[in-house]
Design a protein around this ligand. Structure first.
Ligand code: 16C
Length: 247
């Protein structure tokens, strides 16, 4: 029925053994650890984050950055969502079964490799942004528990001889994304949908991989990142509403 969910599908509380013997494991472990740590760092301090979008509990910051004349502005978003857990958030972000339901920039998604229950390699093509060429990306995706009540998904570009870059109509872009989530509820109480709050930190750096007009690119991400985070979090709340809570 719609009220059951196979527990084995949820992000596992410990790293899957199949991942630790894969050639990508050292890179996946290092980058995930770095990204999760950075996600929970504040936006104060020296490295000037500029607020560019704010709505309810959601705040989005960026740093203007260019590499070889290409806009690569790092983004950092903070949000608070009630009624869902960190593990549930990461389940819906990681699992490809749900991706077309919340991801609006996608044209196609292919699973290139199933490394383990907690790591996959994806090839995705995105909708074209006029007047730039269409983009694609090839990236590993890894979900893990970091500390108590804290789960995170890290996505990072990789290569695969069967998916060469820049051969077809698409220019390959490079992405590093981390969605880190931490749940809390009143001390002494049991967690329920009515008392749980999940703090979200979403960090993203996209290198467009080839020419794209700076003004158009910044206008697109200022519109698309807030749209993504609102749509994704609302989607998870809706999916979880009548299901037993998964801590
Ligand atoms: O993190 C997100 N999604 C994950 C699962 O799909 C995964 C994806 C990462 C790829 C992010 C790059 C998206 C580039 C899209 C370009 C086309 C957009 C067209 C939209 C207009 C119709 O981690 C959620 C990702 C939310 C993405 C928001 C859009 C960010 C735009 C950044 C600038 C792209 C440069 C493209 C150069 C033409």
């Amino acid at each position: 029925s719609v009220h059951t969910r196979d527990q084995v599908e949820l992000p596992p509380p410990a790293i899957d053994n199949r991942l630790t013997v894969h050639p990508l494991w050292p890179e996946i472990d290092r980058i995930s650890t770095e990204q999760i740590q950075a996600a929970f760092e504040g936006v104060g301090g020296e490295i000037g984050w500029q607020l560019f979008a704010e709505e309810g509990d959601m705040r989005m910051y960026r740093r203007e950055m260019e590499v070889d004349g290409m806009v690569t502005d790092p983004l950092k978003a903070m949000h608070k969502v009630r009624g869902v857990t960190a593990r549930e958030m990461c389940h819906y972000f990681f699992n490809p079964r749900y991706r077309y339901e919340w991801e609006t920039t996608l044209e196609t998604m292919t699973i290139v490799e199933e490394i383990s229950s907690d790591a996959l390699v994806f090839h995705q093509t995105f909708k074209r942004i006029w007047p730039a060429s269409q983009r694609d990306a090839l990236f590993w995706s890894h979900v893990r528990q970091s500390t108590d009540n804290t789960y995170a998904v890290t996505n990072h570009s990789t290569t695969n001889v069967e998916y060469p870059a820049n051969t077809s109509a698409c220019i390959r872009l490079f992405v590093t994304v981390c969605l880190a989530c931490r749940s809390s509820w009143p001390a002494g109480a049991a967690p329920t949908r009515d008392n749980i709050t999940t703090s979200i930190a979403y960090c993203s750096t996209v290198n467009p991989g080839g020419w794209a007009p700076a003004g158009v690119l910044r206008a697109v991400y200022k519109r698309e990142y807030p749209k993504f985070l609102k749509r994704f979090t609302n989607y998870v709340v809706e999916q979880c509403r009548d299901k037993p809570i998964a801590i």
